[in-house]
Design a protein around this ligand. Structure first.
Ligand SMILES: Cc1cc2nc3c(=O)[nH]c(=O)nc-3n(C[C@H](O)[C@H](O)[C@H](O)COP(=O)(O)OP(=O)(O)OC[C@H]3O[C@@H](n4cnc5c(N)ncnc54)[C@H](O)[C@@H]3O)c2cc1C
Length: 357
């Protein structure tokens, strides 16, 4: 399907709602444009099974700083035809050109979907079960994690009780074309989680009030954290999934070292963590100082475990000061040379991602 870059994700979803095909990446921000999604290589809840935006883009029309319009990519599936400038543009945060048209790949819509909430007596057990689920041959669309700390904040925010007991939870999502296939995958996944001490899973049937409350809690976690503090900052590092527990331990250490509350939740299936730095009673200046320390330490940890600075939200201007330190001078200089080829006068989104000089 080919669309103009300014079309919103929600319009694409609405257009495809009664068609047998669907656009698979499912970033949570439905108001985002497809041009924005391409330029941040947005990822969503189905990244484990279907990949992120990059895997779904076949062709882009891009206007460069020289004023000329180019076509990068083609409708064909395979290409062994030289540099992929389409892939260079994806995730470039508008620093190389302006995307005006996007040709995307659609998938047949799976007929069956199922989601289950699986409680554990610790968040660590919940997280440790995930690589084993994936290794068992089950390919979920979604594996989200949330711990007691963020659910306590949600209960305070929503004035409601989370309907299941446990210290750590995963929400497992599956899709398939037949009932038999999805049932077999769910059984296999649940058999695996019991080895990590999981409790009775709750199948999230759309019609059940309990399921609606569980989804409401998941969707309102960010609001609940925002509501708990006057100022907040966010880090969205992505790390190998077997390293998530190690990173969460480092976050706990930082909470004590820096005296800051750092609630978090995220995508256990792809290692993208949403980590929130809360100011609470700190002044603006103290919060800025503490945040700098926490952000640097989190990037240090992400680098140590072979992760990336951002899994979804991009580097932008807010984190460009950390980029060269994270990825190194040689790598950043190479990017600066590429930027010069596309935009010799540095007129489009200058200094975004990394400082030009
Ligand atoms: C509540 C919330 C939830 C979110 N959830 C997710 C999520 O689940 N997954 C995820 O990946 N992200 C998420 N995000 C981040 C954000 O929605 C995505 O990065 C999204 O792709 C941005 O799209 P946008 O249209 O808002 O672009 P903008 O924010 O306007 O722009 C993003 C970048 O792309 C550039 N850009 C935009 N359009 C073009 C164009 N046509 N040509 C060239 N450059 C362009 C801009 O210059 C900028 O650098 C979330 C954000 C919020 C606030």
């Amino acid at each position: 399907m080919t669309v103009q870059a300014g079309i919103r994700l929600k319009d694409i979803e609405e257009f495809l709602a009664d068609k047998p095909f669907t656009y698979m990446p499912a970033p949570a921000m439905h108001w985002a444009t497809i041009g924005g999604n391409v330029n941040t290589n947005a990822g969503g809840l189905k990244a484990i099974k279907y990949g992120v935006t990059r895997e779904h883009i076949r062709k882009l029309k891009v206007v460069l700083a020289n004023g000329k319009s180019y076509v990068f990519g083609a409708k064909a599936v395979k290409s062994s035809s030289g540099y992929s400038l389409k892939d260079l543009i994806i995730g470039s945060e508008g620093t190389l050109g302006i995307v005006t048209e996007v040709t995307m790949r659609l998938y047949p819509r799976p007929k069956e979907t199922i989601n289950a909430l699986i409680p554990f007596s610790s968040l660590e057990d919940a997280l440790k079960s995930v690589p084993t689920i994936l290794a068992s041959g089950v390919v979920p669309t979604t594996v989200e994690f949330m711990g007691r700390q963020v659910l306590d904040l949600w209960e305070k925010y929503a004035h409601q009780k989370f309907p299941e007991k446990g210290e750590g939870f995963i929400i497992l999502g599956l899709d398939a074309f037949t009932k038999e296939e999805i049932k077999a995958e769910l059984e296999q996944a649940l058999k695996t989680t019991t080895r990590f001490g999981s409790k009775q899973a709750v199948i999230l049937e759309a019609s059940s009030e309990k399921a609606q409350l569980i989804w409401k809690a998941r969707e309102e976690l960010l609001l609940a954290i925002q509501n708990s503090t006057p100022m907040m900052d966010e880090v969205d590092i992505s790390v190998p999934i077997n390293k998530i527990p190690e990173v969460l331990t480092r976050i706990e250490e930082l909470e004590t070292e820096v005296k800051m509350r750092i609630p978090n939740f995220g995508h256990a299936g792809d290692g993208n963590l949403h980590i929130y730095l809360c100011s609470d009673k700190d002044s603006k200046d103290i919060f800025a100082q503490k945040s700098k320390k926490v952000i640097s330490e989190l990037y240090k940890k992400a680098k140590e475990v072979d992760g990336n600075m951002s899994g979804e939200h991009g580097i932008g201007y807010a984190r460009q000061a950390y980029f060269e330190d994270y990825y190194g001078q040689d790598y950043t200089n190479l990017l600066r040379e590429i930027k010069k080829v596309f935009d010799p006068n540095g007129i489009i989104n200058p200094d975004k991602i990394f400082p030009l000089k």
